[in-house]
Design a protein around this ligand. Structure first.
Ligand code: MN
Ligand code: MN
Length: 461
């Protein structure tokens, strides 16, 4: 055996995915990217993603989960959890006692939420007060075009959906930053203090209404909202309005190999696991897809992955087959589909290059997340890693390894730990992202496409 043959037979040699992509895969990848972009343009919040998924599920013949329902192989069932999270299943040939193949992603993304008493006027400028949601570099959210998305529940019991800033004829809103000319003191501050949380105030208008009295600009803004949505100031107290970057998912780079959008984390994995389940017909094991909320603030709350809403859905399926939920969980597998950090040569000192995911190498499998000695990670077993590795390789899914940054640099978490706590074997895997949690994040089309193929392979495993 030559040295070269020996090298090829026992050493791993990762190659850029483009060197391995067939012409057919390339055109499928481009078509997939178009469909993903349409999803991203329609869904910027967990509510919008849940509504979109519900509508698509019904179009594909899925029916709502109802306690006591009969559950047979091939049945297609979903649950819209209070408009904020979404669960969907295709029942397999095998009993649910043999477990389910689950893909879990989240559809909430970092942003600025409008406070319950948000509207005020200062120096004849009207603003919304906000409280940021999830981990953001606050300075990144100034001076960029922003939109208002959400729902307002009115006293008469009706509710109204708000979207301002996405149509090209809409106005946008914005948070201001200090001009460089007067920023001598600001520029000396640490980046986390350059813009304070209470400075994330969103400019809504400057024109005073004609008349006498105080706050004529605020009154004018409220009048505009009242005319368009029929809401009054008190209604903000029963509302969920959120400020997100305005604009669409765009191709990035002269070769168009990247996609830039707000909230790839984690709708890029949510879409990758959602699309294939719509067209599944009678898999061996029951396939389950979860679009969770609240991951960015700890998977808490009734729509977060720690919520019993997941048990409620799975119990309806199990009851329909006379199976104990705990038996189903014990035999289930979950791919916690969430993004990783793509290696960024601008910041090499933050990563272990040998264990970091890279753009265009495919879906990245992450054995453990966490921080300071894997704290908070579910840390998948060798056996679980092999299951995913083998499933991907047997199905031609390009994959790579991910760890989140170098040891002791920082860290993060996903829903994986909460799935593993339920006695479900769980592994993290997802799309590598550049500038995660920024108003515009970057992913590669190739990695998006491979992640979709990976989720599909898990459902069929
Ligand atoms: Mn995420
Ligand atoms: Mn995140």
């Amino acid at each position: 055996m030559t040295t070269e043959e020996l090298r090829n037979s026992i050493l791993s040699a990762p190659k850029n995915g483009y060197t391995r992509l067939t012409d057919e895969q390339r055109s499928e990848m481009e078509a997939y990217a178009l469909r993903y972009r349409a999803f991203m343009d329609a869904c910027k919040t967990e509510r919008e993603a849940t509504a979109w998924a519900t509508e698509m599920a019904e179009k594909h013949g899925f029916v709502p989960a109802v306690p006591g329902m009969e559950v047979k192989p091939g049945d297609k069932i979903y649950m819209n959890n209070r408009g904020k999270s979404f669960l969907i299943a295709v029942i397999g040939k095998e009993s649910l006692a043999q477990g389910a193949n689950i893909c879990a992603a989240h559809v909430d993304s970092p942003r600025m939420d409008v406070k319950p008493q948000p509207l005020y006027e200062d120096s004849e400028i009207a603003y919304f007060k906000t409280h940021y949601y999830g981990g953001i570099k606050k300075y990144q959210w100034t001076c960029v075009p922003l939109a208002i998305h959400g729902v307002v529940c009115k006293k008469d019991g009706t509710s109204v959906t708000v979207t301002i800033g996405e149509d090209e004829n809409d106005p946008i809103v914005m948070v201001s930053d200090l001009l460089i000319h007067l920023a001598a003191d600001q520029m000396k501050k640490g980046a986390s203090e350059v813009i304070a949380g209470e400075q994330l105030n969103v400019i809504l208008g400057t024109e005073p209404i004609q008349g006498e009295g105080a706050d004529l600009v605020k009154l004018n803004v409220m009048k505009l909202l009242n005319e368009k949505y029929g809401i009054v100031e008190d209604d903000f107290r029963s509302a969920e309005l959120t400020i997100v970057p305005a604009g669409k998912c765009r191709e990035v780079g002269l070769d168009r190999s990247l996609l830039g959008a707000y909230g790839h984390d984690d709708r890029v994995c949510a879409y990758a696991e959602l699309e294939p389940i719509f067209n599944l017909e009678m898999p061996t094991h029951t396939a389950v897809c979860i679009l969770a909320d609240k991951e960015e603030i700890g998977s808490v709350g009734i729509s977060g992955m720690q919520s019993q809403a997941f048990e409620y859905f799975m119990e309806i399926l199990c009851d329909g087959q006379g199976v104990k939920l705990s038996h189903c969980f014990a035999n289930s597998f979950c791919l916690s589909a969430d993004v990783s950090n793509a290696y960024d040569p601008n910041f090499p000192e933050t990563c272990d290059r040998r264990n970091n995911s890279a753009l265009n190498y495919g879906i990245s499998i992450c054995k453990y997340t966490g921080s300071r000695g894997k704290g908070g990670a579910s840390d998948a077993s060798a056996e679980a890693m092999l299951h995913v590795r083998k499933t991907f390789e047997d199905n031609g899914v390009m994959w790579q390894i991910a760890t989140l940054g170098k040891v002791d640099q920082g860290g993060g978490g996903t829903v994986a730990a909460y799935m593993a706590n339920r006695n479900i074997v769980t592994v993290d895997a997802g799309v590598p992202v550049l500038n995660m949690h920024a108003p515009m994040e970057l992913v590669s089309k190739l990695d998006c496409y491979m992640t979709m193929l990976g989720c599909k392979a898990i459902y069929l495993a």
